[in-house]
Design a protein around this ligand. Structure first.
Ligand code: PLP
Length: 452
């Protein structure tokens, strides 16, 4: 018999447990409990197989920025599939969706970020970046400039390259990571690691770890520094204000390419088109994915500045690419997504609804006995759970236990929030309305009460 939404939940869960290996999941534990089966989405709301209406405070995985169920995107996909479902962009061919999307991205991206290399996801795009920056320096006669510096607790994807650039210790413990030629420095997480320092001093100290690492490795060996403008998967960690100007200064001084991983922060999440604009940095390369298509279809890419693109172009063939680089259906949907973001003024909406409406309510959660720091940039936010706010203390139990409990309470209360260790995070669809923010905050507070 066909497997459909109408099957009893327990049967769907049993089939899921029998045949589906879930990413980033303790599969055996999930099989005992049964995965929640999501059947539909509309705006910021999900429906599950039991008929619950769940507020998606995470926009899926930080990606469904226009919200679920947009007819225009479905129509665009269907139209493009009929007209030209696929063609490659490898062997001296191109097509209108790939051309139009690249031109649009070049128009939206700041400065001279005018060139797009397409990938199927953020991880793939970061793999491209590793090869691209090494190829670039080789083309400039500096083949020893190969090392890329990332940050501990940064996230850049799950492929061998992406996960190596990232600094997630749980990932590095498995599967032979990191690959050679990657180094890491500390993260600018003042709440957890700042000790007695002021946020400003701590931000400077962490930025200067980059300089120390460049000097340790030798500036002739360092190709690039990669970082998220706001760390997402690491727990929505916003660097102190002193951090980014110092990082920019160091990259400029030592001629290190700056790669801003905008997979989460790109396309409006922080209240500007790009997180680099919010943080005041000028990257040479941006990694994009997720919000580029609002998650309706998989697509990612690297936006590359004029000089890097020209150097690579002059060096002959760049022997790299993916079957789905510039996939016409994905490109057409992404272009339509960008049109809606622009014509509906969604980025202005993010600013309007984030400050002061969400910001005031989010900050008020810091009055809760469990909550220390509350951070918000545009529509990405975190709260740090703590047994002692003044000391910025961690819970004595295994890290993440309280966060996990809080997340489970949220889920039971039909709110999706994620936890990273003892931090709870949100990144709702950018189209969320004030009355939906009220529901999000009410459910979050109730869940915290039940956790405490
Ligand atoms: N970079 C960042 C900053 C991300 O947050 C993610 C995914 O969460 C990735 C890269 C990887 O993207 P993908 O999962 O599309 O491969």
């Amino acid at each position: 018999t066909a497997i459909t939404n109408h099957m009893p939940t327990a049967e769907l869960q049993a089939l899921d447990a029998a045949h589906h290996l879930h990413p980033f999941t303790d599969t055996a534990a999930l099989a005992r409990k049964g995965a929640r089966v999501i059947t539909q989405g509309e705006g910021v709301w999900l429906t599950d197989s039991e008929g619950h209406r769940i507020l998606d405070g995470m926009a899926g995985l930080w990606c469904v920025n226009l919200g679920y169920g947009r007819e225009e995107l479905a129509e665009t996909a269907a139209r493009q599939m009929r007209e030209l479902c696929y063609y490659n962009t490898f062997f001296q061919t191109t097509h209108v969706p790939a051309i139009a999307l690249a031109a649009k991205i070049a128009e939206l991206a700041p400065g001279d970020l005018n060139h797009v290399f397409y990938a199927g996801s953020g991880s793939e795009a970061n793999d491209t970046n590793i090869r691209l920056v090494r190829h670039y320096w080789a083309a400039r006669g500096k083949p020893d400039k190969t090392v890329i510096i990332g940050r501990r607790n940064g996230y850049h994807g799950s492929t061998m390259g992406g996960a190596s650039l990232g600094g997630m210790s749980a990932m590095h413990r498995q599967g032979g990571l990191p690959i050679p030629g990657i180094a890491h420095i500390g993260q600018p997480d003042w709440w957890s690691e700042g000790g007695e320092m002021t946020p400003g001093d701590f931000g400077l100290m962490r930025a200067r770890e980059l300089e120390a690492k460049i000097l340790e490795l030798g500036e002739d060996r360092v190709a690039a520094f990669i970082a998220e403008p706001v760390q997402g998967a690491g727990g929505v960690i916003v660097a102190p204000e002193t951090y980014w100007p110092e990082v920019q200064r160091i990259c400029d001084k030592y001629e290190i390419l700056l790669i801003a991983d905008e997979v989460i922060t790109g396309f409006g999440r922080t209240g500007n088109w790009f997180g680099s604009q919010t943080m005041g940095i000028r990257p040479h390369i941006m990694t994009i994915a997720k919000g580029l298509s609002s998650g309706y279809v998989p697509i990612g890419g690297s936006i590359v500045c004029d000089e890097v693109a020209a150097t690579v172009a002059a060096a002959g063939e760049f022997a790299h690419g993916y079957t789905y680089s510039g996939h016409p259906v994905a490109a057409a949907v992404a272009l339509e997504n960008l049109r809606i973001l622009q014509e509906d003024g969604v980025i202005d909406h993010v600013r309007d609804v984030a400050h002061p409406y969400l910001a005031e309510r989010w900050q008020a959660l810091a009055d809760h006995p469990l909550v220390g720091e509350a951070k918000l940039v545009g529509l990405m936010g975190s709260i740090a759970l703590t047994p002692d706010k003044a000391k910025r203390a961690r819970f004595a139990s295994e890290a993440g236990t309280v966060g996990l409990r809080a997340r489970e309470r949220c889920f039971a209360n039909d709110l999706v929030m994620r936890h990273v260790g003892d931090r709870m995070i949100i990144a709702p669809p950018l189209v969320i309305r004030p009355e939906e923010i009220d529901v999000l905050i009410d459910r979050a507070r109730k869940s915290l009460d039940e956790t405490y």
